[in-house]
Design a protein around this ligand. Structure first.
Ligand code: KG4
Ligand code: ZN
Length: 338
């Protein structure tokens, strides 16, 4: 059997510069350079992000090739994120990918970041995670998006529900900011919540009749609650930080779980999956496993490193496009939103 193609993936849609080499669906390397500079500003600063990508892109790609143990001349194609994301950031990765593809005379593949998050579920894992079977439902939860998708094949995905305001990751990050935690706050809330009581404080959860999500009301009720308590006791946050983290995490995850269960009842399928940065959340992973057990369905959850932004998922999308010989022209331009 012929060796599967070597694909180089490049991701630069937000604040992580990442490059990965895969062979078929096997990951040979997956290098991620984060950008600490945004923490002091409480969110990603687009101009600083694109400058940092410019500094990182060459060493990150170089390291990915070295770790994979291959020469760039062995690559069959280059896949890069074309959107959605920050335009300045996308331009750095896609311009670099175009230049390299042109110089190596190999095909260029443009990748949709959100679909790539879903396809992260098809990469080989160390513990040989079973891969999803089509059609399946996928909850895609990141810093910029919250989508409930019906996935018919690698590229055919139907949106059944989406957030009407904040994304789930944004809800985590905004709640963290209210608590005075640094950006991105999602992973910090997850960690603090391990020692907290999820039922200590109650907040209101949006009750939309369809499969759409809403987190802005929850954020506001959390904000007012914390603000009122602080007027009574200036040390309220410090004294209750673990319970506050556990309670807000419970409510965000509860909102997601309610809609996932509703979708599972309304749309027949044998399995479902999780993807996106918030899929790293330990409570959400636990609740999805419980849901699968309750409904006698199989759930696929990517390993932690493949949930948040990474280039292996971009290369994976590239691999399936490569099989279909769907290549991009050099004049393809990035897009910022869906
Ligand atoms: O997919 P991603 O890396 O980037 C986007 O495409 O947005 O997602 C980043 C988001 C951030 O909002 C971050 O706070 C959240 O994922 N996140 C988490 C956890 N790890 C990352 N949220 C909750 N718990 C986590 N463990
Ligand atoms: Zn993402």
């Amino acid at each position: 059997m012929a060796t599967p193609p070597y694909i180089l993936g490049i991701e630069s849609s937000c604040d992580d510069t990442s490059a990965a080499v895969i062979c078929g669906t096997k990951i040979l390397s997956n290098v991620i350079a984060g950008q600490k500079i945004h923490a002091e500003f409480g969110g990603v600063v687009p101009e600083l992000a694109s400058r940092a990508h410019q500094q990182n892109i060459i060493p990150v790609v170089d390291t990915a090739l070295k770790r994979a143990g291959i020469d760039k001349k062995q690559l069959s194609a280059i896949a890069c994120t074309n959107g959605p994301g920050l335009l300045g950031s996308l331009l750095v990765g896609s311009s670099f990918a175009k230049g390299l593809a042109l110089s190596l005379n190999i095909p260029l593949i443009m990748v949709d970041h959100l679909q790539a998050h879903v396809l992260a579920n098809f990469l080989d894992t160390e513990d040989n995670n079973p891969k999803p079977e089509f059609p399946f439902l996928c909850l895609t939860v990141s810093g910029g998006h919250t989508l409930l998708l019906m996935v018919y094949d690698y590229f055919k995905m139907e949106v059944l529900g989406r957030t009407i305001d904040d994304a789930a990751g944004e809800a985590f990050d905004k709640a963290a900011k209210i608590l005075g935690l640094t950006y991105p706050g999602g992973p910090i809330i997850d960690k603090l919540a391990q020692q907290g009581d999820p039922n200590k404080f109650k907040f209101s959860i949006a009750k939309l009749p369809d499969l759409n999500f809403s987190f802005s009301g929850l954020k506001t009720s959390f904000l007012y609650f914390v603000r009122d308590r602080l007027t009574e006791n200036p040390n309220f946050i410090e004294e209750n930080i673990n319970d506050l983290a556990a309670s807000i995490q419970f409510h965000i995850v509860e909102s997601l779980t309610i809609k996932m269960e509703k979708a599972l009842k309304a749309h027949k399928c044998t399995n479902f999956a999780l993807s996106g940065g918030v899929a790293a959340n330990s409570e959400l992973r636990k609740r999805m496993l419980e849901l699968a057990k309750k409904h006698h369905l199989r759930v696929t959850i990517p390993p932690l490193a493949l949930t948040t932004d990474n280039a292996a998922m971009i290369a994976c999308y590239g691999y399936f496009k490569f099989l279909q010989k769907e290549f991009a022209e050099l004049n393809t331009v990035p897009y910022s939103s869906v």
